[in-house]
Design a protein around this ligand. Structure first.
Ligand code: 13P
Length: 283
């Protein structure tokens, strides 16, 4: 199956009262693993990667490689640029067949953020590609994560409305107490703020920093307009721990075998996320 525009998945999620998991992948192995679990669970999913994941496979490689794998899987999925940091990387992803792009200028002044996202919409819309922006800043819960700024700033509903009006983005990442990385204490999500943002914008919203969010908070967030939840830390952590453990046990253990075993440790997290967002059986 070819990739579909992300807004198709998000609109169906809003109508169906669930959210679509967006999984961080960075190579063929992780992409294939997520696709195989999604196929088995008949779940719509989003494959995402950000500049921090492009060190070996940049979009011009990861895009065609993902399309090649998709030919072998019966999965409804979007291919998404997460936290794009320049118009050039957006352009590379559009050329590589991504069906959704995020430009994250949330740390820049409002005018600059809105102006850049307007340009992204102009670049993406003729190709039927979905655009995600961020207003307010989703920070970091730990030092290991590569996503987000150091400190969070909550999204102001009035800014969100103005941002959507000026840019025409299809979906918006919100800062409501969520953070990227491993939470050291449970996040306190500001549901009142989320409800106000959704009531005022009426576009599907995105929760970054999914890892570690309690299931009851996810359900409540979905009922208030969250249609996509980003997950990275829950996937990279077991892979890292598996590699460390395997090489601790035997430091000359054959690298391809170690990496093969490590990638499989992502399966329980992928299954858990599909289930807890209510995405199982929705494709
Ligand atoms: P976590 O690493 O906290 O799951 O966040 C992922 C994310 O939001 C990527 O954009």
């Amino acid at each position: 199956m070819p990739f579909v525009p992300m807004s198709q998945l998000l609109n169906a999620a809003i109508a169906g009262g669930y959210a679509v998991p967006s999984f961080a992948v960075w190579n063929l192995e992780t992409t294939k693993l997520v696709l195989s679990v999604a196929e088995r669970m008949k779940a719509p999913i989003i494959l995402m990667s950000a500049p921090a994941e492009f060190s070996v496979l940049p979009p011009e490689d990861l895009g065609p490689a993902s399309y090649a794998l998709m030919k072998r899987f019966n999965v409804v999925a979007a291919l998404h640029l997460d936290h794009g940091d320049s118009l050039d990387i957006v352009s590379d992803c559009l050329d590589a067949g991504y069906t959704s792009v995020m430009l994250d200028f949330s740390a820049r002044p409002f005018e600059e953020n809105a102006g850049a996202l307007k340009k992204v919409v102009e670049m993406a819309r003729p190709r039927g590609v979905t655009v995600e922006g961020e207003i307010g800043k989703v920070g970091r819960a730990d030092d290991a994560t590569r996503e987000g700024v150091k400190e969070s700033t909550l999204t102001e509903p009035a800014d969100a409305v103005e941002f959507v009006r000026r840019t025409g983005v299809d979906t918006l990442a919100v800062s409501i107490g969520n953070a990227h990385g491993k939470y050291s204490k449970l996040p306190k999500l500001d549901f009142d703020r989320l409800g106000k943002i959704y009531a005022a914008t009426r576009i599907p919203l995105v929760l970054h920093g999914g890892s570690g969010t309690p299931p009851e908070d996810l359900r409540r967030a979905i009922s208030l307009g969250i249609a996509k939840v980003n997950v990275a830390t829950d996937l990279v952590t077991p892979v890292r721990e598996s590699l460390l453990a395997q090489w601790k046990e035997r430091s000359d253990y054959w690298t391809p075998l170690a990496m093969g075993k490590a990638v499989k440790t992502m399966v329980p997290a992928v299954e858990k996320w599909i289930r807890q967002l209510g995405a199982e059986g929705r494709a």
